[in-house]
Design a protein around this ligand. Structure first.
Ligand SMILES: [Zn+2]
Length: 288
């Protein structure tokens, strides 16, 4: 299976969401997750946040612009938090993961996907690769239970990724290569879709260790019971962290009425779609 196919299978596991569950998509990009839930026709209370800087060609769709190192939400605000191939793009993944744990309610779940053997992407915002052992460390240091940890295939899937990856091949735009590339790409793609994919899928059963994999999917669960209500308004100022602070909105900025920090609206963000309802918009914030 390709990375996107693994992703789809992983998200199906998320279908354990109950109607009305509040879900945070941390690093939501074009809100792929939201669209996928719409496909399954599962109504969820969706919040998507992103800094919207990684990919110029992506149509970012966010509930709010926010830095994942300092989430603009109160503690225990979400039933589920999902982070799909995002931690490799943040400066401090450990810190971001702790923030995701903080905003997850007791008994709630965190769904994480991270790459291991994967090409550079969204350059230059590509900083890390992860092993299964750091994913286990995350569970240990945050007192989480690992519900499941999957490899995205093994040695043969990685081999397939290297040989048949359209994106990797197409990146090589040397003039002498462009012509032959079109032919090679057509043939390899045809082979991959018909014969290659099923063979690789079966061959991967031979690779028991899976020391090489495209990446990992993890489902964590936070200790505690799901009883009690979520805060009605989950937003919180990411600077002063006052649960009682409110935001005042104008055409060009949001202002926190407690610390008086201003957050610009749509500053230097391409292709940004904001929902109509009232939300704080945050710029990149460095923690002192
Ligand atoms: Zn504030």
């Amino acid at each position: 299976m390709y990375w996107t196919e693994y992703r789809r299978a992983w998200l199906k596991r998320l279908s354990t969401v109950k109607e009305g569950d509040r879900l945070l998509d941390a690093g939501c990009g074009d809100a792929w997750v939201k669209n996928e839930f719409a496909r399954y026709n599962e109504p969820i209370d969706y919040y998507g946040i992103d800094l919207a800087v990684g990919d110029e060609n992506l149509s970012y769709k966010v509930t709010a612009l926010a830095d994942l190192h300092s989430l603009p939400f109160k503690d225990s605000s979400f039933d589920k938090v999902i982070s799909n191939s995002v931690l490799e793009h943040v400066e401090n993944p450990t810190e971001v993961f702790s923030e995701m744990v903080r905003v997850t309610r007791p008994g709630g779940r965190i769904f994480l996907s991270v790459p291991f053997a994967f090409a550079l992407h969204q350059r230059p915002y590509d900083y890390h690769r992860f092993t299964r052992y750091i994913l286990e460390r995350y569970a240990h240091r945050n007192k989480l239970k690992i519900i499941s940890l999957w490899n995205m295939g093994g040695f043969f899937t990685v081999l397939r990724y290297i040989f048949f990856n359209y994106t990797l091949l197409s990146l090589n735009d040397h003039p002498l290569w462009v012509g032959p590339f079109k032919i090679i790409n057509f043939v390899t793609k045809l082979f991959d879709k018909t014969i290659g994919a099923p063979i690789v899928f079966l061959l991967d059963f031979l690779d028991r260790n899976k020391y090489l994999t495209l990446g990992y999917f993890v489902v964590y669960q936070k200790d505690g019971s799901l009883s009690g209500d979520l805060p009605e308004d989950p937003f919180r100022c990411p600077v002063c962290h006052q649960d009682s602070a409110e935001f005042e909105k104008s055409e060009i900025k949001f202002s926190c009425n407690s610390c008086h920090h201003d957050f610009p609206v749509k500053d230097k963000v391409p292709n940004l779609t904001l929902s109509d309802s009232f939300e704080p918009i945050t710029e990149k914030i460095s923690k002192d």
